[in-house]
Write a protein that binds this ligand. Structure first.
Ligand SMILES: NC(=O)c1ccc[n+]([C@@H]2O[C@H](COP(=O)([O-])OP(=O)(O)OC[C@H]3O[C@@H](n4cnc5c(N)ncnc54)[C@H](OP(=O)(O)O)[C@@H]3O)[C@@H](O)[C@H]2O)c1
Length: 299
């Protein structure tokens, strides 16, 4: 029996992991026992609670999907953002280490999720894992601290992703989809470039890594980048969503300067995914193909 803890399980990514596990989309050769928790059942900012929880339960894998993801609010709610994005990760990494010491066993393998916001967006080539980080927001800095805590554990994988969306939770794709049916026109930024990531695809890859780790002992710690394939602007993304809603809603391109937000978004967020593709031998769908899969659920 392999025990897998998924924290922050009610969010977009956690919900996709739950869907894949319930539908048996990835077939494991061993029996898998998933434990899904969120803030109401396992508040990870409570270090004593986490310590005790790990003394009482043993896990082979911990997948941390919990995060403080409100990028703008984080600027004024700094303490909470750091608490969730950094301290919670520290608590998990320490709990895994303590368990390892007390049981003298290998301890859980840790998969933690991070973000393109650890970069400043000034690149004009896709970001590799080795490129210099330079977060420009509280959210980005808190996530970078979280990465460092996760990597203090020598059995950790950190996966940075970008522009995450899903049929669960709140996200750009769902918002545009809804607004297209309510409005005659929408203004959307065209000068920020990145790649959407369907949370389902990321969840699949996480479980493929777990499967390869179980079957082939292929679990290589370190940082990896993952998004869907291709590149677009928010405007392009919105335009394809609008076309899929069969609405008459017109999508107008605007510049970032005409849509001020508390946090300036990175102009360039494209991630280079060569490392994850070669290490785990995975194929990644193009973002438009994954968006079509999303529409099968949302439309
Ligand atoms: N969303 C994006 O566009 C995006 C882009 C790049 C990277 N990422 C990263 O991808 C990962 C998954 O993101 P997501 O969009 O699935 O996030 P999400 O939908 O915001 O889900 C995060 C979950 O964590 C829970 N949580 C918050 N504080 C917690 C605590 N102290 N203990 C336990 N659970 C707690 C949240 O509960 P509440 O809702 O009650 O707070 C929520 O259910 C995150 O690491 C995020 O930083 C996201």
């Amino acid at each position: 029996m392999i025990n897998i803890l998924v924290t922050g399980a009610n969010g977009q990514l956690g919900s996709e992991l739950k869907r894949i596990s319930e539908d048996n989309i990835i077939q494991f050769e061993k029996t898998i026992n998933f434990v899904f928790t969120d803030i109401d059942t396992l508040n990870m900012s409570d270090s004593t609670l986490i310590h005790n929880f790990f003394q009482e339960h043993t896990f082979d894998y911990v997948i941390n999907c919990a995060a403080y993801t409100n990028v703008d609010l984080a600027e004024t709610d700094k303490e909470n953002a750091y608490n969730v994005n950094a301290t919670c990760v520290k608590n998990i990494a320490e709990a895994i280490n303590n368990q390892k010491l007390s049981t003298e066993q290998a301890g859980a393998k840790f998969i933690h999720i991070s973000t393109d916001y650890v970069f400043d967006g000034s690149s004009n080539i896709p970001y590799t894992e080795e490129m210099l980080t330079n977060p420009k927001s509280v959210y980005g800095s808190s996530k970078l601290d979280g990465e460092k805590f996760a990597l203090e554990n020598d059995n950790s994988i950190v996966i940075r992703t970008s522009w995450l969306y899903s049929s669960y939770g709140k996200n750009f794709a769902k918002t545009i989809h809804k607004l297209c049916q309510e409005r005659e026109s929408l203004n959307v930024i065209f000068d920020q470039i990145g790649t959407p990531t369907y949370a389902y695809d990321l969840a699949l890859v996480i479980l493929q890594i777990v499967k390869q780790s179980i079957n082939e002992n292929n679990f290589i710690p370190g940082v990896y980048h993952f998004s869907n394939e291709g590149v677009c602007s928010w405007y392009d993304f919105a335009k394809i969503i609008a076309n899929n809603t069969n609405s008459e809603c017109e999508i107008n391109p605007i510049e970032s300067k005409d849509y001020p937000t508390p946090v300036k978004r990175p102009f360039y967020s494209v991630l280079n995914k060569s490392k994850i593709k070669s290490t785990y031998n995975i194929k990644i769908p193009h973002w438009q193909d994954s968006l079509n899969e999303f529409f099968k659920i949302v439309s």
